[in-house]
Design a binder for this molecule. Structure first.
Ligand code: NAP
Length: 307
């Protein structure tokens, strides 16, 4: 009944300590500590080693250390009967909403224009300092819903797109099959979709061509949602008036990418949310115990949907 933790990109030391406090010293192991692979109930992972699930054939729960599970679902060796979970917490939705509200206000208050003015030492009081902004959120899930509610409370018009119809007060909900109507309503699009085969490359020319001219794009979901070349082209042709990007198909973003120097692009290095150990560990430890008791984990992923 052990919990194993593995990641090629995270410092595991604080995670191991936190899990040991929750579950006891001997219950928490890493790859080097495996003695009986069949005794490992839970694998907690973030970009795990390729061979991990060749050994852990009887694992009952594969828990993501964050909100995304694309790094798990892309591994064909995950045992078919294992539950997959991701972290659901206000510790994720709050910073994500704060990031997106920051991006929305950046365009609302035209800080992009005033930054350019500053660089040209241009004192322009004549310009109307606020833009009319209608926000569209693609993906009204855990994170999108929190953002939609908060943007509404700030007085923004908000529209949402999802697979199933949502009831969020004051937010008009569109189905993915109604994306044309959804895109017509908005001039600022925030991508909060999960990474699935269907959403891969969704932020590309065919979508931009259906947007209102001069719209803004915010991507905080996954880099593979976006086609960088199409974003640059849409910015240069005026279809997009600005792009606020936290994620990229290749991270770190290569120095050669034209996004770095494009005047209409704002870049942050995939920091919209950094998972807090104190939020993730108690929930994953609870899930470990739930699975041992034969109960469903919190944040259960639907493997057939891919999120
Ligand atoms: P979630 O709870 O799984 O919600 C996903 C939403 O997307 C659901 O509303 C779903 O609709 C909708 N959806 C799925 N496929 C769709 C499609 N083809 N067209 C339209 N809507 C679709 O996801 P979440 O926890 O909110 O996370 C959202 C994204 O943020 C994920 O990609 C995650 O990896 C990313 N993320 C990024 C960071 C960062 O630091 N940048 C941090 C955390 C998370 P239904 O509800 O109808 O199924």
């Amino acid at each position: 009944m052990q919990l194993l933790i593995d990641s090629s990109t995270k410092d595991l030391f604080p995670w191991i300590n936190a899990f040991r406090k929750e579950l006891g010293e001997e219950k928490v192991i890493t790859w080097d500590g495996i003695t009986d692979p069949d005794d490992v109930t839970t694998a907690v992972v973030w970009n795990h080693r390729k061979e991990l699930f060749e050994r852990l054939r009887n694992v009952k729960l594969v828990a993501s250390m964050g909100a995304g599970v694309d790094h798990i679902l892309s591994d064909p060796l995950i045992p078919g009967a294992a539950f997959i979970s991701r972290v659901i917490s206000p510790h994720l939705s709050e910073p994500m909403s704060n990031y997106c509200i920051g991006a929305v206000l950046y365009y609302k208050k035209q800080f992009d224009k005033y930054l350019e003015d500053k660089n040209r030492k241009n004192w322009d009081q004549e310009f109307e300092p606020e833009r009319e902004i209608q926000v569209g959120i693609m993906g009204l899930g855990e994170l999108g819903r929190d953002l939609a509610i908060k943007l509404r409370s700030l007085g923004f018009e908000v529209f949402g797109l999802s697979q199933s119809r949502k009831k969020v007060p004051g937010v008009k909900s569109y189905l993915s099959t109604e994306s044309d109507e959804f895109l017509k309503q908005i001039n600022l699009l925030i991508c909060m979709l999960p990474a699935t085969a269907e959403t891969n490359g969704i932020l590309s020319k065919s979508l931009f061509d259906r947007m209102n001219r001069g719209s803004f794009l915010v991507n905080v979901a996954r880099g593979h949602h976006q086609v960088n070349e199409d974003i640059v082209e849409a910015l240069n042709s005026g279809i997009l008036a600005g792009a606020f990007l936290d994620v990229f198909p290749e991270e770190p973003l290569p120095e050669s990418s034209p996004l770095w120097t494009h005047p209409k692009v704002f870049i942050t290095p995939h920091i919209a949310v950094v998972t807090k150990i104190e939020a993730a560990v108690p929930q994953i430890a609870e899930n470990h115990m739930r699975v041992i008791r034969g109960e469903l984990p919190i944040g259960l992923v639907d493997r057939s949907k891919g999120y």
